[in-house]
Each structure stands twice: as structure tokens, then as C-alpha cells.
Design a protein around this ligand. Structure first.
Ligand code: BT5
Length: 251
């Protein structure tokens, strides 16, 4: 066993650049599915598209290795992670919603984010699932509202790890149909939600109405001209939310 790697495999360390980079070292060395690493603070925490992740002490910063087969299910891993986190946190009575594709919302503000990075290596390909969750601090001065759980990260971490791994196991055992149903009960972008998104390729903004998920976890939307479009990882802004049915809102 590599001694350096064993100092952070399945451990909480004080500080690092990014837990995703440490998890990648574990993945390249052949550590198994479910191995995790967590830090109390990161000085180079990242989001998608090179964005920064504010990573103060008191929040959860966690990466988990995922070696799931078949690879056709890989496109579902970010949503499976979000479902695992939202379901796990319901044990605290927190009503967390999933804002497709990788955000967790509490009362409409960003509570957490997920950064999945696929890696091919000599010891097999895998996904690093990076999770940032505001436990004790909601950072200010960002371009969006933020929220926190008001819980110690040491009490949140085991719940999140266990719940995410359990959803991944379910996909492997039963496929994604049931996951899709579970996602729908937690989705912030319900069918009928009016959204706007920016196409990275075309560098243009578009408006549309959410229809639901496609078979790879993509977001199906209807354009004003009636055409259907699939979004795979675009940043989506909400223009008008749909009010959940009364029985759902009461939960
Ligand atoms: C994400 O990116 O939401 C994925 C964040 C994943 C972070 C984890 S921490 C453990 C692991 N190691 C890493 O280095 N990363 C992962 P994205 O969708 O690109 O959102 C980034 C945007 O969220 C920023 O531009 C800010 O607007 C906002 N943001 C940054 N830090 C935040 C925070 N702590 N809480 C809420 N919003 C934040």
C-alpha cells in the first residue's frame, strides 16, 4: 500500500487544494469504488467551467470514487449524487431541492454543488464525484444567493456518503427508471418551469419551458416555436417556477 495515499483515503484531512485532485490520485492508484476523501478547507476548490468554489472551514468538502458499470449509466451520476444528498439530508428535516444539473437548493438559494469528473487511467476508468455543501457558513458576495444547513459537517458527512453510495448501488441493481422518479419528487425545475440558458457553443441565450428528463438524464425543454431541445450541462436560470401540488408543498 502507498503510505502517502493511505494518509487521506477514507479520511478527513485539514487542508488541501481540491479534494477532487486527491481522489484522482486514489483512483489512478486503483482504490475501489466508494473510497472517499474529505478536507476541512480547500485553497483551490473548483466548480464547473473553471469557476471557483468557496471552501471555508465549517463546510463539507468531499470527493468519492465511483467505478460504476455499465458506463451507459455514467451520465446519471451527477443526478444520482444529488438525489442521494437530498434524500440523506431529509433525515435532518431539510427540504433540499435539486436544481438540474448539479446544484442543491435550500429555499431557492444555493446550498451545495456537485462536480463530477470522468478519468481514464491504466487501472480502469472512473468518476470523481466532488461535493461541496455549506454546513455552517453560507458565503456572501457571490453572484447568487447561498444557504447553509446550520449543521456540523462531521454529522453531515457520513449521512451523505452512505446515501450517495446507496443510490449508486440502486442504479447498478435496478437501472435508472426508479432514479428518475425519485429525482422528479425533488426537482426544482418541474415540468412547466420557464427557464433561460446560455449555449456554450453558440454563445447565445435561449428561453424555453421544462418538459422533464430524457433517457440520459438530459433536460428536455420546449422552445417558443414548439421545437424540443435537450440540455446536457448548460447553466440554467429560472424565469418562473411552477408551484408544486398542495400535498407536495406540505411535505
Ligand atoms: C458547482 O460548480 O456547483 C460544483 C462545486 C463542487 C465543489 C466541490 S468541493 C469538493 C470538490 N473539490 C473541488 O475542488 N470541487 C468539489 P458550478 O455549478 O460551476 O458553481 C460554481 C458557482 O457557485 C460559483 O460561480 C458561485 O456562483 C457559486 N458558489 C461558489 N462557492 C459557493 C458556495 N460555497 N456555496 C454556494 N455557492 C457557491
Amino acid at each position: 500500500m502507498n503510505l502517502e495515499l493511505s494518509t487521506f483515503a477514507n479520511r478527513v484531512i485539514e487542508q488541501c487544494g481540491s479534494t477532487n485532485d486527491l481522489a484522482r490520485k486514489l483512483g489512478d492508484a486503483g482504490y475501489p469504488h466508494g473510497t472517499w476523501v474529505s478536507a476541512r478547507a480547500q485553497d483551490a476548490g473548483r466548480g464547473r467551467l473553471g469557476r471557483k468554489w468557496e471552501s471555508q472551514r465549517g463546510n463539507l468538502l468531499l470527493s468519492i470514487l465511483c467505478r460504476m458499470e455499465p458506463k451507459t449509466h455514467w451520465s446519471w451520476v451527477p443526478l444520482a449524487t444529488a438525489v442521494g444528498i437530498a434524500e440523506g439530508l431529509s433525515a435532518f428535516g431539510s427540504s433540499v431541492r435539486i436544481k438540474w444539473p448539479n446544484d442543491l437548493w435550500l429555499d431557492g438559494a444555493k446550498l451545495g454543488g456537485i462536480l463530477c469528473e470522468a478519468v481514464g487511467s491504466a487501472k480502469g476508468s472512473y468518476i470523481v464525484i466532488g461535493i461541496g455543501l455549506n454546513c455552517l457558513h453560507a458565503p456572501g458576495n457571490l453572484d447568487q444567493e447561498t444557504a447553509c444547513l446550520d449543521r456540523d459537517p462531521d454529522s453531515v458527512r457520513p449521512l451523505v456518503i452512505q446515501s450517495v453510495l446507496s443510490v449508486l448501488e440502486d442504479i447498478q441493481a435496478r437501472g435508472v427508471v426508479e432514479l428518475s422518479r425519485r429525482y422528479e419528487t425533488l426537482a426544482a425545475l418541474r415540468p412547466g418551469t420557464e427557464i433561460q440558458w446560455t449555449s456554450i457553443e453558440k454563445k447565445m441565450s435561449f428561453d424555453g419551458v421544462v418538459n422533464g428528463l430524457g433517457e440520459s438524464g438530459e433536460l428536455r425543454v420546449q422552445l417558443p416555436n414548439g421545437e424540443q431541445e435537450s440540455l446536457f450541462a448548460e447553466d440554467v436560470k429560472v424565469r418562473r417556477l411552477v408551484t408544486p401540488p398542495a400535498d407536495d408543498a406540505a411535505r
